[in-house]
Design a protein around this ligand. Sequence first.
Ligand SMILES: Cc1cc2nc3c(=O)[nH]c(=O)nc-3n(C[C@H](O)[C@H](O)[C@H](O)COP(=O)(O)OP(=O)(O)OC[C@H]3O[C@@H](n4cnc5c(N)ncnc54)[C@H](O)[C@@H]3O)c2cc1C
Length: 267
Amino acid sequence: MARVGGDEYAALLPRAASPDDASIVAMAGTLPLLVAGNDEQQRTYLGGLMKKLSFCAFAITEPGAGSDVASMSTSYRREGDEFVLNGTKHFISNGSVADWYVTFATSDKRLKHKGISCFVFPANLPGITRRRMHGKLGQRAADTGEIYYEDLRIPASAMMGREGEGFKYAMATFDRSRPEIGSIAIGISQRALDECLRYSRQRTAFGQRCSTTRSIQSAPSADTWVIAAQRSGPRASKNTARVARSRPGAAHTSRPVSWSTTTVRNL
Ligand SMILES: Cc1cc2nc3c(=O)[nH]c(=O)nc-3n(C[C@H](O)[C@H](O)[C@H](O)COP(=O)(O)OP(=O)(O)OC[C@H]3O[C@@H](n4cnc5c(N)ncnc54)[C@H](O)[C@@H]3O)c2cc1C
């Protein structure tokens, strides 16, 4: 089977992405298994996805730790052959519907990134409660949830890779998922621009098409932003800093484009 490389994939996604297909974000749940999962974990969880329709989630963000992943509070401790997890994850794509989670927790918050480990486990265990989060401005077709771990007991075999290496696995996951997220932002920008142009060409106000009015003609050129983002946009790379820098460029594109489209829609 032909293999699509990271760059080609990032280039394709803007064409596929629309405001409705943000659930692509949840693919990030499978990536840590490719990065750090052992054969058994890959067979169980990735194999399970092939057998029946099921959902996974990548749960790292917390109410007090977003961009600053290393400051997470969700904790784990070892008790015999088990780990016990406590904490809250929020803004998790597929969080309230997933069949299994990849999640991150720390053995000691003071260790920052060196204390973080990565786990994979089913979502239907005692000790897990969850709820859907409401009131998002966009990406409403994608479930976004909050997950609570209260003395959640998982077997020691649920740890992925080596203890204390979870931060590295998270960054390796982001190296692969950020180009997709940036590409989705470009796709949303392109769709917003298309909608805006279509509307401005069909809408008549003060006896003329909105698209011919001076204010629209002189509006900041949204298509320039989109094209610039596509050219300088997200690229797959093993260099975390490079990938991280490429995503905001694309994500921020949607802001001026949205502003421009809002200007047109408000006329
Ligand atoms: C729709 C949606 C789906 C999501 N899905 C998932 C998911 O599946 N799994 C998951 O784990 N998380 C998910 N998230 C959470 C997402 O990863 C976080 O929102 C993100 O990491 C930012 O964290 P934060 O919201 O806490 O913002 P903060 O980290 O509090 O940042 C707030 C603002 O400050 C800026 N900022 C932060 N640090 C700096 C700095 N050093 N320099 C300059 N500016 C800075 C940020 O850019 C941002 O504008 C999702 C979020 C959304 C909205």
